[in-house]
Ligand binder design. Structure first.
Ligand SMILES: Nc1ncnc2c1ncn2[C@@H]1O[C@H](COP(=O)(O)OP(=O)(O)OP(=O)(O)O)[C@@H](O)[C@H]1O
Length: 271
């Protein structure tokens, strides 16, 4: 379980988001984090993964306060896909994946046959076998994003946080990768928290929603969240309509001068 207790995140003394009630994110849940630009999604994900100062409150992973956990425990417990390129661009795809097994190797860093099989399995699942010998610096943004998602899975931790993991992917790969991640989360009882601006796909697939609006961080089941009508408040726009929990896009009909909305129901699975 990841627990957020009376958390305040932000910069200096400036709070950008806080949760008044305690929040618990359980294993086996595929949780989307949504909010308008600049509301604090990346800041929250960095805080959860212990890469960001917290103004107030506590974050617990498996009942351990993240302020007090060792690097080794952290690397076996939570993996992260952030948006910055914080690793050496000279590494090949295969090398960065093998390095992600480091928490499980002996002091010589030697991989076992089962480590290698596991990496091969993930490379196959995420269609990156063909990229294995390529240096990271030579990958397209979309290819790199698939590699970084694979890297987080190779680390094989119960908790995974991902900041906009599909932002560079084409529409086919967005749907495919999020479906794979959801199935992986359910099959292996992982807790995956991912931020996304792809509301329709994210809400169609997620089990639960973390939302940041008006400096408040909330956590609800998907159905509860949609029932609150919060989407319309989070994204006030004359082009969008969220009536009855349905996401609608305004389509101007020039002849009749009326505005119709094409609706997509995020409660319906995509397939
Ligand atoms: N290092 C920093 N110092 C001060 N303020 C920062 C810093 N990094 C981010 N901020 C501010 O904190 C707020 C939240 O930023 P954050 O990147 O977490 O938002 P976000 O919800 O992920 O945004 P987006 O959807 O645009 O990616 C923004 O107002 C941003 O300008």
């Amino acid at each position: 379980m990841i627990r957020l207790e009376h958390l305040q995140i932000g910069y200096g003394h400036c709070v950008i988001a806080q949760n008044d009630n305690n929040i618990a994110c359980a294993k086996g849940k595929f949780i989307t984090l949504i909010g308008a630009n600049g509301t604090g999604k990346s800041t929250l994900l960095r805080a959860i993964s212990n890469n960001q100062h917290i103004i107030k409150g506590n974050i617990y992973i498996n009942d351990y306060n993240t302020n007090n956990i060792s690097d080794l425990y952290k690397s076996k417990t939570i993996s992260v896909v952030l948006t910055n390129r914080e690793f050496s661009q000279f590494l090949t795809v295969e090398e960065i994946l093998y390095l992600s097994r480091a928490p499980y190797t002996n002091f010589l860093g030697k991989l076992t046959p089962s480590d290698i099989d596991f990496v091969e399995e993930i490379m196959t699942d995420f269609e990156i076998l063909k990229l294995r010998s390529r240096r990271l610096s030579t990958l397209s943004d979309g290819q790199l994003q698939r590699v970084l998602i694979a890297r987080a899975l190779v680390q094989d931790t119960p908790y995974i946080v991902m900041d906009e993991p599909t932002s560079h992917l084409d529409v086919h790969h967005k749907a495919e990768i999020l479906l794979k991640l959801r199935d992986y989360c359910h099959q292996h009882q992982k807790c995956i928290i991912f931020s996304s601006h792809e509301l329709s796909i994210a809400l169609a697939l997620a089990d639960e929603v973390l939302a940041i609006h008006d400096l408040k961080l909330t956590h609800q089941s998907k159905a509860e969240f949609i029932g609150t009508g919060m989407l319309a408040k989070m994204f006030p726009s004359p082009l969008l309509n969220f009536k009855d929990g349905l996401l609608g896009l305004k389509i101007n009909d020039d002849k009749s001068k009326t505005h119709n909305f094409k609706f997509f129901n995020p409660l319906q699975p995509l397939y």
